[in-house]
Design a protein around this ligand. Structure first.
Ligand SMILES: Cc1cc2nc3c(=O)[nH]c(=O)nc-3n(C[C@H](O)[C@H](O)[C@H](O)COP(=O)(O)OP(=O)(O)OC[C@H]3O[C@@H](n4cnc5c(N)ncnc54)[C@H](O)[C@@H]3O)c2cc1C
Length: 287
């Protein structure tokens, strides 16, 4: 098991902010994950699991203890009939393309969602009316001394929430159940969704996707825009002038800039609409 010291988390996150992790480990197998967890317990180190860091805001002080990354080091996938069995580090968007290649429909919505399958399952990621939850047939998870399998019925998911968040397990693999489809139509749908993203989202700037969860029945972007905060900047962090639901790093932003901007938006929206916005991105690291 290789441990890398003082790894700068800004380099592992799409937002490009965050201080160092004390130790980073990129296991390639379940025994290696469990060895890393054992090592952390024996050395009294807190553990943080990450995928591709596309939904993370890491603080400037960085992450104490051990960061375990399941990404390209853990990324095998195979198609069998209408099912895809994939390791947690597979890119979610690549699985969408794999499904299309095999004329399987259901994962078109995932084509523009960055990050890993594990991160998508943790977050119950979704877009344009689709989400991963309903497609899950089976999830394999590990802890230091156990490996378990959840069936579809065990995987309690809701909007941007899943059982992985409460049970604190590490997702290592999942089976995604799709339906036979028409390759041309699948491809058309994927192209349409990608075009929408490029038109509406600031994909040319570092971000962590939507900053806040959508409150029931409300849209965050228009509320922030209505509060005159579109383009509002603190340090290098800015409410995207293209989509007010995103915070972008205009270059040189610190995590504190982003945290201050989040707090400012929350306060403004509370004062103006009496709505409590909850971050969708995950804030991790030493405060
Ligand atoms: C430009 C952009 C657009 C986006 N659009 C969307 C969108 O349309 N819809 C959407 O839902 N999200 C969107 N996101 C957010 C993000 O892509 C998703 O949340 C993604 O699923 C996170 O995957 P990740 O591998 O990057 O996870 P990370 O950001 O690395 O981690 C996210 C959380 O998942 C946990 N986690 C990661 N892997 C595992 C694992 N194997 N086992 C257990 N826990 C794990 C981590 O502990 C962390 O709490 C977008 C982000 C960006 C930058």
């Amino acid at each position: 098991m290789k441990l890398i010291k003082d790894y700068l988390m800004a380099d592992l996150t799409s937002l490009g902010v965050g201080g160092p992790a004390d130790l980073l480990c990129k296991p390639e197998s379940i025994p290696e994950i469990q060895a890393a967890l054992k090592y952390a317990r024996e050395h009294n180190l807190p553990v943080t699991i990450i995928g591709y860091g596309s939904n993370l805001l890491v603080t400037d002080k960085g992450i104490r203890g051990l960061v375990i990354q399941l990404a390209e080091n853990f990324a095998k996938a195979a198609v069998s009939g209408t099912k895809i069995r994939a390791a947690a580090g597979c890119l979610f968007s690549s699985l969408s393309k794999l499904a299309c290649h095999h004329s399987l429909t259901g994962l078109e919505f995932a084509v523009g969602i960055p990050g890993s399958l594990g991160g998508a399952i943790y977050m119950n990621a979704g877009a344009y009316g689709g989400e991963i939850g309903p497609l899950i047939e089976e999830i394999t998870w590990v802890t230091e001394d156990k490996t378990g399998v959840w069936s579809k019925a065990d995987f309690n998911y809701s909007y941007r929430h899943s059982r992985v968040q409460t049970d604190k397990v590490i997702v290592v693999e999942a089976v995604i159940q799709l339906k036979p489809g028409n390759k041309k139509e699948i491809l058309e749908k994927m192209k349409e969704l990608q075009a929408k993203r490029h038109e509406l989202q600031p994909l040319d700037q570092p971000s962590a996707g939507s900053t806040f969860k959508r409150p029931p029945g409300l849209y965050v972007g228009p509320m922030i825009e209505g509060a005159n905060l579109k383009g509002y900047k603190i340090g290098g962090a800015q409410v995207s002038p293209k989509h007010a639901g995103f915070i972008v790093n205009t270059g040189g932003a610190t995590a504190q800039d982003v945290l201050d901007l989040i707090a400012h938006i929350q306060k403004t929206i509370k004062d103006m609409y009496d709505v409590d916005l909850q971050p969708e991105l995950r804030i991790v690291g030493e405060k």
